[in-house]
Design a protein around this ligand. Structure first.
Ligand SMILES: NC(=O)c1ccc[n+]([C@@H]2O[C@H](COP(=O)([O-])OP(=O)(O)OC[C@H]3O[C@@H](n4cnc5c(N)ncnc54)[C@H](OP(=O)(O)O)[C@@H]3O)[C@@H](O)[C@H]2O)c1
Length: 281
């Protein structure tokens, strides 16, 4: 018996990375999954493998999102779970160089996409009196300096939008939570650096050692985060085991948000103690 037997789920941003792994896990746990994204070939291939369906969707276009939700309801007559995972890396650059049009596009994808998904899913879930919505936010919505300004601000807004939806929809039996992953091994970083998306997805896992090294001073758990780490959190939030959890932001970051690894802080204190000792001499 699977955790999600008989449930109908939509996962946006499921043509790669966290969304793709979440769709796989949900299907393995018994859910019927509708996957969404812009890349048709990748989407159709995964849908076929999972015996689900794919709807080509740009989450920044509300009509696309509406059609996605309508597809699930036409096909299965209900909707139990929505995971809003679609997202792009967003631009870098400092405050004095911000291009407002690009900033707005980042908000349209990350915040508008989540809002459109919740809006159209809520219409179905309100009729049912049940549902679980999971929005993929980010630790960069909590900690500044880890990503571009627009991405980071949009993710902070996703965390708060989640709370707003949770207090409204919770009264009607619908739970709304977010997940804030830390750095996770997916193609999003290489896509941000301009690599072809298919190649970025294919080669993401090869960056495991580089990730582990780059995070040495920040992440207490000494390995790169994987899409499965996030998918397992999404599975828990999607299923009935989390029935009393609503309006929560579940951090999946190996402890980055909790603080620095103790060994790093200790090494710093030893260094300072040596500096004090030299002052005394
Ligand atoms: N990887 C990390 O370190 C990390 C950390 C924190 C949060 N996140 C968040 O996790 C989510 C998934 O990212 P990922 O790391 O799994 O990267 P990814 O492998 O690049 O996946 C991003 C997904 O979003 C889709 N997408 C992008 N723009 C879209 C749009 N306008 N409309 C519909 N789909 C769109 C992409 O598919 P198409 O190209 O086919 O549209 C792809 O399926 C994102 O929201 C990201 O911000 C990632």
């Amino acid at each position: 018996m699977g955790t999600l037997d008989g449930k109908i789920a939509i996962v946006t941003g499921a043509t790669s990375g966290i969304g793709a792994r979440t769709a796989e896990l949900f299907a393995a746990e018994g859910a019927k999954v509708v996957i969404a994204g812009r890349r048709k070939d990748e989407g159709e291939a995964l849908a076929e493998r999972l015996r689900g369906s794919f709807v080509r969707t740009d989450v920044a276009v509300e009509a696309d999102v509406e059609a996605l939700i309508a597809h699930a309801v036409e096909r299965y007559d209900r909707l139990d779970i929505l995971v809003n995972s679609a997202g792009d890396p967003g631009p870098g650059g400092g405050i004095a160089e911000v291009d407002l049009a690009t900033f707005e596009r980042t908000f349209a994808v990350h915040l508008g996409g989540v809002l459109a998904g919740m809006k159209h899913a809520a219409r179905v879930m309100l009729r049912q009196g049940s549902g679980s919505i999971i929005n993929i936010a980010s630790t960069t919505g909590r900690l500044a300096g880890w990503s571009g300004l627009g991405y980071s601000a949009a993710k902070a807004a996703v965390i708060h939008l989640t709370r707003g939806a949770a207090v409204e929809l919770g009264e009607k039996g619908i739970r709304v939570n977010s997940i804030s992953p830390g750095p996770i091994l997916t193609g999003i970083f290489a896509k941000g650096a301009g690599m072809d998306p298919a190649q970025a997805d294919r080669t993401a896992a090869r960056l495991a050692d580089a990730f582990t090294a780059a995070l040495e001073n920040y992440q207490p758990i000494r390995r790169a985060g994987t899409p499965d780490d996030v998918a397992q959190a999404a599975l828990w939030l999607a299923g009935d085991a989390s029935a009393f959890v609503n309006g929560h932001d579940l951090i999946v970051d190996g402890g980055i948000s909790a603080g620095r690894p103790a060994s790093v802080a200790l090494a710093e204190r030893v260094g300072l103690a040596e500096a004090f000792a030299q002052l005394r001499n």
